[in-house]
Write a protein that binds this ligand. Structure first.
Ligand code: ITT
Length: 251
């Protein structure tokens, strides 16, 4: 089965691919396709934005697969991938992630504006530096923050679900580590004595907001499509009696 992860954020894609490994899914991201339209993230919450992205791209790819279905496969690159999708799409899922950092001292800011905290198109570095300077002089006990992630899932047959995860930590005093992305270098995990950017991908997925949401998402996928787990070499995350079809699911 095909899954489209509706993001171009390479950090998110890496973590999502890792967490959904072993289900026999073909995972594409928006970077695999050319000329994909952008959407405005104008929702008032992570959930609104995640659902908006998932619904929009689900519709977009459904239309695309229909319109490209009669054409033969092309040579290579994105166009070929589009054709592959058109040829094999029987059922499929679009997943979108909206996430961000909520800082206690800043009353939950930057929250849904995390990607553009230091301005439209700002780099991770710029966002981190802005936050560090905003937090200058604030003592450690007042530097609490949490990452939040909402994953929205829309299937081609119209079913929808959302899964959430959060992770508490503290804003550090300087950038540490080179792994991960976004605010990871300044997000400290007291239980590890490390910044998120110092964790391996496996460690991050175990404790992070996205990792927790993805764990719930695997269970929702198992309920939506019990067959993919039966065909997979890895065991289903749910006992068989729990594997029933669900509609409009929230975890
Ligand atoms: P898409 O909308 O294409 O998915 P984006 O990067 O614009 O990509 P968001 O609108 O969800 O994604 O913004 C999320 C921002 O929050 C992201 O750019 C990071 O700065 C931050 N963020 C989210 N998850 C993070 C994580 O696991 N580690 C560090 N920063 C994270």
């Amino acid at each position: 089965m095909e899954i489209i992860v509706a993001t171009k954020n390479r950090g998110k894609i890496r973590e999502i691919r890792k967490a959904l490994r072993g289900l026999g899914l073909k995972i594409y991201s928006l970077s695999d396709f050319s000329d994909v339209p952008e959407i405005v993230e104008d929702g008032k919450s992570f959930t609104e934005n995640a659902l908006k992205k998932a619904r929009f791209y689900s519709k977009y790819f459904k239309k695309l697969t229909r319109s490209t279905a009669p054409s033969p496969p092309l040579e290579d690159g994105a166009e070929k991938r589009r054709s592959e999708l058109a040829l094999s799409e029987v059922e499929g899922l679009t997943i979108a992630d909206d996430s961000g950092l909520e800082v206690d001292m800043l009353k939950g800011w930057p929250g849904i504006y995390s990607a553009r905290y230091a301005g439209e198109g700002a780099s991770d570095r710029k966002n981190n530096q802005k936050l560090l300077s905003e937090m200058e002089g604030i003592r450690i006990s007042k530097r609490g923050a949490r990452f939040k992630c909402v994953l929205a899932m829309v299937s081609t047959d119209g079913r929808e679900a959302v899964a959430e995860g959060s992770c508490r930590g503290r804003i550090g005093f300087r950038e540490m580590g080179r792994k991960g992305f976004g605010y990871d270098p300044i997000f400290m995990l007291p239980q590890y004595g490390k910044a998120m950017a110092q964790l391996t991908l496996e460690e991050k997925n175990r404790v992070s907001h996205r990792g927790k949401a993805l764990k719930k998402l695997r269970k929702i996928i198992a309920k939506f499509y019990p067959n993919i787990f039966e065909n997979s070499p890895h065991p289903s995350p749910l006992p068989s009696e729990e594997r029933e079809g669900v509609r409009g699911h929230k975890m």
